[in-house]
Design a protein around this ligand. Structure first.
Ligand SMILES: Nc1ncnc2c1ncn2[C@@H]1O[C@H](COP(=O)(O)OP(=O)(O)OP(=O)(O)O)[C@@H](O)[C@H]1O
Ligand SMILES: [Mg+2]
Length: 327
């Protein structure tokens, strides 16, 4: 069996009533994806694109309206039990609520192993191994409420692995984490994929981490998969994006600057403006950077803005994503 996940015209339509009016949402629309065994697969897309709904269908939490899927070779409609024993699931946002904070990490894991019907003799050894893998052996008796955020994430990941599933569904695992915990979580996910050979299906809004981690990326929009490729191909496909980065001294009127820059004919748009302690950085998409740089500099100088630097910038994954969303 070559694929961990295969979907066949997978579709989910939600019908809800808002003020007596029926509202129909195609949350997942004719999705056909294949995720290879051991692959690190990223699902990207703006809010409401359908990522979580797709994962919920694959986890057999909700049923599709049309189409079907196979997880670990098992049909989600015909063999849901086998599907359930094939994956571990982790949701960054609701994850915290899935542990008992007044129990130790070890007791949490014992309890969940019991719920998942892992035989006691196997459970004990596996819990030891997981606590070791996640660097929690020494703190195994500590109550989870005394754990740091990073440690809690590690217990939740351990929890998802109790029944030793080959597949992991990770829905925004790093959401709301501080930089250190996010880095730690990314390293662990990488290790799970690389060292333990797990297939990881991962959603995120952080382009940087998607580019760092994923071997393949599917971009969703309005329930449809609009792109399915490697991050490097995605980059290659959109090589013609040109960007300029300007840094100006604060305090400045951000709206005025944005307005002045977007008013220039060779500027396509302002991608983002970021406030630093003493400066404002603005990324601008342009047709030709060599043409645009002197014009932007001249314009800003003419309205009294102090320019600290202005240079050609490499397009980021985010620029690519923004462009895909517009097209
Ligand atoms: N239970 C539900 N009932 C009705 N509509 C729903 C339900 N769940 C999701 N939706 C709708 O389906 C669409 C897709 O939602 P989904 O949560 O899958 O998006 P997402 O890509 O995970 O977004 P986010 O990035 O915000 O997590 C949205 O329009 C959402 O409002
Ligand atoms: Mg979601």
């Amino acid at each position: 069996m070559e694929y961990s996940v295969e979907t066949y015209n997978l579709t989910k339509i939600f019908r809800t009533r808002v003020n007596g009016k029926e509202r129909i949402v195609k949350a997942v629309d004719q999705v056909n994806i294949r995720v290879k065994r051991g692959e690190f697969f990223g699902l990207l897309g703006p809010n409401g694109a359908g990522k979580t709904t797709l994962i919920k269908i694959l986890c057999t939490i909700i049923l599709p309206t049309e189409g079907t899927a196979k997880v670990n070779g098992y049909d989600i409609l015909k063999e849901p039990e086998k599907v359930r024993s094939s994956f571990g699931w982790f949701h960054g946002e609701t994850g915290g609520r899935s542990l008992y904070w007044r129990l130790s990490a070890e007791d949490n894991l014992k309890f969940y192993a019991y719920l998942q019907n892992v035989p006691k003799s196997i459970a004990e050894k596996r819990i030891d191994a997981l606590l070791e893998f996640f660097g929690l052996s020494k703190d195994r008796k500590k109550l989870v409420k005394e754990y740091s955020t990073g440690m809690k994430v590690r217990v939740m990941l351990a929890r998802a692995l109790l029944h030793n599933p080959p597949i992991l569904f990770m829905d925004e695992p790093t959401i709301g984490l501080d930089t250190m915990s996010a880095i730690e979580t990314r390293n662990l996910l990488r290790a799970l994929s690389r060292d333990l050979g797990k297939t990881v299906i991962f959603t995120s809004h952080n382009m940087f981490e998607v580019e760092q981690l994923c071997e393949r990326v599917a971009v969703m929009k309005n329930g449809k998969v609009i792109v399915d490729s490697s991050p490097s191909t995605l980059r290659e496909m959109l090589r013609d994006i040109r960007a300029v980065e300007v840094e100006v001294r604060s305090p400045v009127d951000q709206n005025l600057i944005t307005q002045k820059i977007t008013g220039l004919s060779m500027v396509e748009r302002v991608i983002e403006a970021r406030n630093n302690p003493d400066s404002l950085s603005i990324r601008v998409q342009v047709e030709d950077e060599y043409e645009a740089i002197p014009h932007i500099a001249h314009k800003l100088h003419s309205v009294g803005v102090k320019i600290l630097s202005i240079r050609k910038a490499e397009p980021t994954f985010e620029d690519i994503f923004m462009r895909l969303m517009r097209e």
